[in-house]
Every structure is written in C-alpha cells, then in structure tokens.
Design a protein around this ligand. Sequence first.
Ligand code: GMT
Length: 372
Amino acid sequence: MKIGITCYPTYGGSGVVATELGKALAIKGHQVHFISYAMPMRLDGFLNNIFYHEVEMTSYPLFEFPLYTPALASKMVEVAKFEKLDILHVHYAIPHTISAFLAKQIIGQKLKIITTLHGTDITLVGLEPSFLHIMKFVIEQSDGVTAVSRFLKDKTITNFQIEKDIRVIYNFIDPEKYYRASNDALKQSIAPNGEKIITHTSNFRTVKRVPDVIKIFFEISKQIKSKLILVGDGPERSACEALCREMGICENVKFLGKQSEVVPILSISDLFLIPSQSESFGLAALEAMACGVPVISSSVGGLPELQLHGETGFIAEIGDIQRMAKYGIDLLTNEPKHKLFANAARDRAVTLFNENKIVNEYEDYYTEILSK
Ligand code: GMT
C-alpha cells in the first residue's frame, strides 16, 4: 500500500504512535509518506520506503494567523496525486482531519481518509465552540476512524454524537526496544545511597497534574529514601520547580527536561507515577510497564484499560495523593510483591500492546477500508 501519514512532529504521544506505525509499515514493505511542518522527532536517518514531505508556510502581512490547515491540505493533494496514495492516515483530528477532508474533495473518492483520535482533540480542544461543529462533520466524513481506547471511542460518540463506527486500536511498544536493561552506572549516579527511584514523564501540561506527582513523592520520601526523576518539559515546569523549593526537596528531585531516550531512565526506575486529570490511553505508562516498572495511576480515561489495579500497579481517584502514596509505599517496601507487579506489568505490555499485534490491526483496518 501507499500510505500518507500526517501527525504533529513534536514530542507528543500521537506523533510517537504515528511515527512508529509508519516505520513498522515501511519495514513490512509499504511505502510511507510523512506530511507535516517538520520532520517527526523519531524519523531520523535514512529509512527504506519512508519519505518526508514538508508543508511550506508563507507569511503575508494580511494573515494575522498562520494558515496551516489549507497549506497542509495543498501538500496532501500534491503528495496523494503524485505518489498515488491509497490512504491518508491522520493522527490527532485538529486540524489534520479538516485538511484531509479538503484534500479528498480535490482528489476524489479513491483516496481513503483514516483519522486516529488520540486524546485532547476529543476530550478538550475539540469541544471548544470554535471547533465543535467542524470536528463532528470531518470525523463523520472520514472513511475510517480509530480511537486509542474504548474510553475515547465512547467519549467521541457522546461528545460529538458520532454515528460512524469507531475502531479501538491501542497504543503500542516494541518489546525489543522497551525492556529493562540494567545500568548500574546511571543508577549509582542518581541514587548513590541505594534510594528507590520514582519516575514521571510528560509534557508538563495541567492535565498531567505534575504537582500531584511531587506531592505523592514527598509523602513516600517521608518513609522511604527515594529520588524523583521528572522527564519532559512544558508550561507547568517552573511552577513544579518552585513547589520543590517550597517543600525543601530539591536535592531529591531531578528535572531532566526532554529526553529522546527514556529506556535507560525507566530501566533504573522502581515506580512510575501518572496521576493525570485526563488520559485517553497513557503511552508513557505503557513504556514504563514494558520496562518492568509498576504504575500508580489515576482512574481516568483509558488508564484502567492499560493497567490492572492490584496486578501491574494501583489505581486511585484523581487527586487522592495520600492513597497513591500509600500504594507506592506498599510496593516499595515489599520486594516480592514489587517483583510480581513488575513482571505482570512487562507481561501485559508485551502481550496486549505489542507492536507486531497492533500494527497488524492497523494494516487489517486499512485493507477493510480500501475494500469498501
Ligand atoms: O491529546 C493530547 O493531549 C495529546 C496527545 C499527544 O499528541 O501527545 O496525547 C494523547 O495521545 C497519546 C497517544 O495516543 C495517548 O497515549 C495519551 O494518553 C493522550 N493524552 C491525553 O489524553 C491527555
């Protein structure tokens, strides 16, 4: 197949899923064309069967706001026509599905559009009055729609009254890239006195509730010598640093900023915290589970589809810092239980969210849509 993929090229989970999917499809012999305003983060180096097409933006004094949606649609038309694309698969609906809809109007019915809904395109931004009507319309107009969890599928149906069938296809990891690789030197440099290592990775947006991560850590560290590693960057980072200073725990909290490689960090971690306010799936938690790290999460969104309470970690209500801390202490003070949970987390990640399995699901879905 000849497949066009559009995604945000930055650090977000939707871009990661789109890029890893494209790479896996290319390895299987499909021709994959990425169309975006910048090279997707994980698309470095020469890869067979993969092509990248940059959307060129023009600025003009009349245009107060950048006109990405029509520029992207134009590029989609150009690539679809000249590369003879069968499918255009867009990740994150705003504005990608709108551009894809426009492109299809120009190209015609032969080009099939598939939209994958990832999260705040449905739960937050898409609900704003400026997007609501157009979102409902373009989602309905896609030839195929997938959502990254049952939760997100249900939310799409209730928020937008979508009648179209939505296929649930979960996020995935490559178990050969995401595994626990011992790294004594790194462990020693972060926790020189054998402290437990607690980790959180995110884009530091309000929905991630990073201050809760710090408060949970603070409670745990009252009873267990531990270090907190915070990976990522975003709007809440300064407030989080200030909170650490206020609490007097700066020497035990490491802000690592954006990291291209999280496996070495996850591999030395004993616990992963994800107390989000909204999380349609939780790719960051899946990556941790694949590296054998038990997860303490909130009960929102797709998180209970990803991890099992009392098996791969624990689940508590949003904002219940004391309970999350209690669960953390329970795991970190009980070695055999921790080992059991760590193994169960890895097993669940590898069995249910394995790249091979999920990429096949996407491939089968493409075939199904093309045959309609
Ligand atoms: O929706 C977002 O906030 C952005 C999006 C992204 O592009 O990073 O994240 C979502 O997509 C990921 C990949 O499917 C999911 O694993 C995340 O749970 C989801 N984030 C939220 O729902 C907050």
